[in-house]
Write a protein that binds this ligand. Structure first.
Ligand SMILES: Cc1cc2nc3c(=O)[nH]c(=O)nc-3n(C[C@H](O)[C@H](O)[C@H](O)COP(=O)(O)O)c2cc1C
Length: 199
C-alpha cells in the first residue's frame, strides 16, 4: 500500500537514451515528499544497465510505488485512481507513437491514455536524433492532443559545467510544467542592454 501525499504523479521511464533524467526526476520528487508511481519499461531496464550501471530495482527504490510494464491490473489502469498527472522521461519514439495512436498495450501506454482521457497533465521528454518525419508527426499529434513536449534538449545560457547541470535543466523544466518549485538551474533574466545600464 502506497502512502498518500498531497501531490501524486505517475512517472514512466522508457527505453530511450537519457534514463538519467528519469532517475534525477525521481530523486527530486522524493526530496519534495511527493507520491510517485513508477513504471520502468523492459527496454528501459536494458538502457538503465547500459547508461547508469545499476538495475531496475535501484531506480524503483526512489519511487513510492513501482509496477511492471505488464501489470495490467495496477491502479493506474483506471481513471478512478486519481493523480495529478504523468511524466514519461525519457520517452522513446515507440512509446510516443503508442500515445498518439491510443495503442495501450502496456501499463505505460494505458496510464498515458488514462491521463489524457481524464484531462490531466501529460508531459513527455522525447529523445532521438536525428528525427524522422514519423517522429516529428507524432510529436505534432501529441502536442495537438494537449501533451506537453519537453525534448531532452539542454540549454547553455545557464552555463552548465557538468553533465548533472544539463540533466538538472531538463528536470527543472519538467517540474515547471507542474509548477513545482525548484532551484535546479539559474533562470534566464535577460541580457544587459545599453538602455538597462544605469547612467
Ligand atoms: C542503449 C539503447 C539506447 C536507445 N536509445 C533510444 C533513443 O534515444 N530513442 C528511442 O526512441 N529509442 C531508443 N532505443 C530503442 C528503444 O529502446 C526501443 O525502440 C524500445 O522498443 C522502446 O520500448 P519502450 O518504449 O517500451 O521502452 C534505444 C535502445 C537501446 C538498447
Amino acid at each position: 500500500m502506497c502512502a498518500e501525499q498531497s501531490v501524486r504523479l505517475v512517472v514512466a521511464i522508457t527505453g530511450a537514451s537519457g534514463v538519467i533524467y528519469g532517475k534525477r526526476l525521481l530523486e527530486m520528487l522524493k526530496q519534495k515528499k511527493m507520491e510517485t508511481h513508477l513504471i520502468v519499461s523492459n527496454a528501459a531496464e536494458k538502457v538503465i544497465q547500459q547508461e547508469l550501471g545499476v538495475n531496475r530495482k535501484d531506480i524503483e527504490r526512489l519511487a513510492t510505488c513501482a509496477y511492471g510494464p505488464d501489470d495490467l491490473a495496477a491502479p493506474l489502469m483506471s481513471g478512478s485512481f486519481q493523480t495529478d498527472g504523468m511524466i514519461i522521461i525519457p520517452c522513446s519514439m515507440k512509446t510516443l507513437a503508442g500515445i498518439t495512436h491510443g495503442f495501450a498495450d502496456n501499463l505505460i501506454l494505458r496510464a498515458a491514455d488514462v491521463t489524457m482521457k481524464e484531462k490531466r497533465r501529460l508531459v513527455v521528454v522525447p529523445r532521438e536524433t536525428p528525427l524522422s518525419t514519423v517522429h516529428i508527426r507524432n510529436m505534432l499529434a501529441a502536442s495537438e492532443l494537449g501533451v506537453s513536449i519537453v525534448p531532452a534538449m539542454p540549454a547553455f545560457y545557464h552555463k552548465p559545467e557538468k553533465i548533472g547541470d544539463m540533466v538538472d535543466f531538463i528536470v527543472g523544466r519538467v517540474l515547471d510544467c507542474f509548477k513545482i518549485d525548484h532551484n535546479l538551474f539559474k533562470r534566464y533574466s535577460g541580457m544587459k542592454t545599453r538602455s538597462q545600464t544605469p547612467a
